[in-house]
Design a protein around this ligand. Structure first.
Ligand code: PMP
Ligand code: GLN
Length: 384
């Protein structure tokens, strides 16, 4: 007897826009400023450290919470950067990437009926990760065009079912960053409630214009109720390594680890050994903002020769550009047309809204070699 098809847990979900646009770019031989990944080499030193770790025999399972030395050094780093004491033993878990850390945190706490406040445009895994756990996303649009959080609306949407608020700074896809006043608003809203926070800080070091990163780690009272997610892929230009970590309170982390241990159990050992050594090189992460800011500025300058209008980014790999002043075309159609006809791929920002809201904005990844950026923009200059 044929098996009956399963009832989809995610009936509205198709293939992620990142795969769709990267695949199209590949087929069309287009310059890919879509999916967020660098096209330049990562550090030779870090690659060698991982190779050495493999040769030295660090190839078996590591502790399920992650290599202790790496967790210790992450705690030292957090104390240096954010003046918060974190226990490597009870508050940090190494994960196979930031996305996994987010999924695990949501799965740890969410139950059917729970509501999660999520800001749109939202990184594309958030809403499916909420829904697959039977919870309900309560979507709030960031204010166009600066993509700031409308805190009054957040206050209005909080109720007894609100289990979590998700924040992301620096923000994908817009490059918006949260300021101290935002953290104060958040603090006021969650005070005297049981609301938890998920803070996606994978772009922690990719922040520009001398703006300090508003990590939850700066706020011990918020950390008590937060899962804070990071990605080594972003910090060390190795998105394909899929390695990250989560920091939380000891109580929340205890539950997180119950889910984690029966999902992936532990992550890639040699990479953890290599990073534990390389993380001592503070310059490698402290110089990242300056390095990528130069790329953003270079790209922004090049884009002045096109009809697109810049929506300034202050962080992340991305800058958004609007085109509503010269075209009515749907952003998805324009992104596909530019890839096919002009040979440049990018991401339509409507893909980051559950209902496909279209403000006529495209997201470009500037974490590329200068020659790649030049090649890409040269194609856009001819846009009609
Ligand atoms: N959150 C955001 C906002 C991202 O842009 C990314 C990038 N992929 C991630 C999480 C996930 O990072 P990772 O590749 O380490 O899973
Ligand atoms: N974070 C990357 C982006 O936003 C891609 C991640 C992915 O492909 N899942 O483009």
């Amino acid at each position: 007897m044929p098996v009956s098809p399963i009832q989809s847990k995610l009936p509205d979900v198709g293939t992620t826009i990142f795969t769709v646009m990267s695949q199209l770019a590949l087929e069309q031989g287009a310059v890919n400023l879509g999916q967020g990944f660098p096209d330049f080499m990562m550090s030779d030193e870090l690659t060698s450290l991982v190779n050495e770790a493999m040769k030295k025999g660090y190839n078996q399972y590591v502790h399920m919470n992650g290599l202790l030395l790496l967790r210790e050094r992450l705690a030292e780093k957090a104390e240096k950067l954010y003046k918060t004491k974190i226990s490597p033993d009870t508050q940090i878990t190494i994960t196979p990437g930031g996305t996994y850390a987010i999924y695990t945190a949501l799965t740890t706490v969410l139950r059917p009926g729970d509501e999660v406040i999520v800001f749109e445009p939202a990184y594309d895994s958030y809403i499916p990760n909420i829904e697959v756990n039977g919870a309900t996303p309560v979507r709030i649009s960031l204010q166009f065009p600066d993509y700031s959080i409308p805190w009054e609306e957040v206050r209005a949407k909080v109720n007894s079912k609100t289990r979590m608020i998700m924040i992301n700074t620096p923000h994908n896809p817009t490059g918006a960053v949260l300021r101290e006043q935002d953290m104060e608003e958040l603090r006021k809203i969650v005070a005297d409630t049981n609301i938890l926070i998920l803070s996606d800080e994978v772009y922690e070091h990719l922040i520009y214009d001398e703006i300090p990163h508003q990590s939850i780690l700066r706020y011990p009272d918020l950390l008590e109720r937060s899962f804070v997610c990071f990605s080594f892929g972003k910090t060390y230009h190795c998105t394909g390594w899929k390695l990250g970590y989560c920091i939380s309170s000891p109580e929340l982390m205890k539950e997180f680890r119950k889910v984690h241990q029966f999902n992936c159990f532990c992550c890639d050992t040699p990479k953890q050994v290599g990073i534990a050594e390389y993380i001592q090189n503070e310059e490698a992460y402290l110089s990242l903002g300056g390095f990528l800011q130069k790329k953003r500025d270079y790209f922004r300058e090049l884009m002045k020769a096109t009809p697109f209008q810049c929506i300034p980014s202050h962080g992340s790999y991305f800058e958004c550009y609007s085109y509503g002043h010269f075209s009515d075309e749907a952003d998805k159609d324009l992104a596909i047309r530019l890839t096919k006809e002009y040979g440049i791929a990018m991401i339509p920002v409507s893909a980051f809204y559950k209902n496909g809201d279209d403000n006529k904005v495209l997201r470009f990844c500037f974490a590329k070699k200068e020659e790649t950026l030049e090649k890409a923009v040269a194609k856009l200059v001819h846009l009609k």
